[in-house]
Design a protein around this ligand. Structure first.
Ligand SMILES: [Zn+2]
Length: 379
């Protein structure tokens, strides 16, 4: 099976056309498909289903690619067009539903969804997520985690690939996930376990290995080079200690993935179809040194771990209450938060509480936990 990854493409600029042309030239089999990594229509998405930008920033640039080659899109921050609420994203979903009926390329049935690709050699399940958490209510975020993890857990595919728009780890302008996104992605990962996370948002290509708490290494791909020239600063120190940058490139282009049952061969190509770098992800190499006890804890499993969790939860609650009597409310909150974070990482109630508070304030922190650094991609 062979497919492509393309992100941050919807500029309508020459850059998009150049990459579209390279992609068209590379496609041999029109039954291949493209994983769209978001920011489908710059700068503010589309204001209606008949918005001309669907033509100028999608249909025209990719007109020489067959309608049989489907683009499985996800929603980027620019596709929402607003900080809060559904914004313009619904127009892209409506356009996607019409496009599918008409047998056209753009596929986007919902703000998150799954699809399966199968050949006689390999089966891959794709889980497309909506990482624009500031545009979703607490309830919607929880439902997304529940639905996606349920689908991943039910999957019997050889590969389970998750993709969304925002970066989990990155050396570029948007950097690592902020607290809310980190929790969201970790929740999905530790409740289900998948093989690869792909995203756009930063307008470069990166291959990163992230060490997970279950002792597995999760490969992360950033590929946001489909339509805008890179304009951010790079900060190699920005990446967290749990992750290692394997490769990065600022050139326009896209990714190509060839999959077999046991291997994903990932190539980064530039806008002239020069192969920049090739990586192999071996299925057998991904799980190593699995420590079941820690693994179970982080997945929030029931049984012995849940008893431990309840005990420490009660302990922490009691301590926190006692302190709040003697000390100021602010201090108590900070301490109890820090303590509970250190003692048990997977305590969903404490997470929910923390999330609720942050969301309640509606504090916007750049969508990535960092001050935006000459970002060309906004949030
Ligand atoms: Zn973006």
């Amino acid at each position: 099976m062979e497919f492509y990854i393309l992100g941050d493409m919807g500029s309508g600029e020459v850059s998009q056309y150049i990459v579209a042309n390279a992609l068209k030239n590379h496609i041999n089999d029109k039954n291949t498909f493209v994983c769209g990594l978001g920011d489908n229509i710059y700068e503010e998405g589309c204001t209606s289903i008949n918005d001309k930008q669907f033509i100028t920033k999608f249909e025209k640039p990719y007109e020489y690619i067959s309608d049989k080659t489907k683009f499985y899109m996800c929603i980027g921050n620019h596709d929402y067009g607003t900080y809060y609420g559904k914004g313009n994203s619904l127009n892209q979903i409506r356009y996607g539903l019409r496009s599918k009926k008409q047998g056209k390329k753009w596929i986007l049935p919902n703000n998150y969804y799954t699809f399966t690709k199968k050949t006689k050699d390999v089966k891959i399940d794709f889980f497309v997520i909506d990482t624009n958490l500031y545009n979703q209510t607490e309830k919607e975020i929880k439902k997304q985690v529940k639905d996606i993890t349920k689908s991943i857990n039910e999957s019997n595919a050889d590969w389970k690939i998750v993709y969304g728009h925002h970066t989990w780890r990155s050396i570029a302008g948007h950097g690592n996930a902020d607290e809310i996104l980190e929790r969201f992605l970790q929740d999905i990962y530790y409740k289900s376990n998948f093989d690869l996370y792909m995203c756009g948002h930063d307008h470069n290509k990166q291959m990163i290995h992230m060490k997970m708490k279950n002792e597995k290494t999760l490969p992360l791909i950033v590929c946001g080079t489909g339509g805008k020239v890179y304009g951010d600063k790079i900060n190699f120190k920005k990446i967290k200690d749990d992750s290692k940058l394997i490769y990065h490139s600022n050139k326009l282009g896209y990714g190509n993935i060839k999959a077999t049952k046991h291997k994903l061969k990932i190539s980064f190509l530039d806008e002239s179809n020069n192969v920049e770098k090739v990586f192999d992800i071996q299925k057998k190499n991904i799980p190593y040194n699995i420590k079941m006890a820690r693994h179970k804890t982080s997945r929030g499993s029931k049984g012995r771990n849940s008893r431990t969790r309840t005990k420490s939860r009660t302990k922490s609650r009691t301590k926190s209450r006692t302190k709040s009597r003697t000390k100021s409310r602010t201090k108590s909150r900070t301490k109890s938060r820090t303590k509970s974070r250190t003692r048990t990482r997977s305590r969903s109630r404490s997470r929910t509480r923390a999330r609720g508070k942050t969301r309640g304030r509606r504090v916007y922190r750049g969508g990535d936990g960092h001050e935006p650094v000459q970002s060309t991609c906004g949030r």
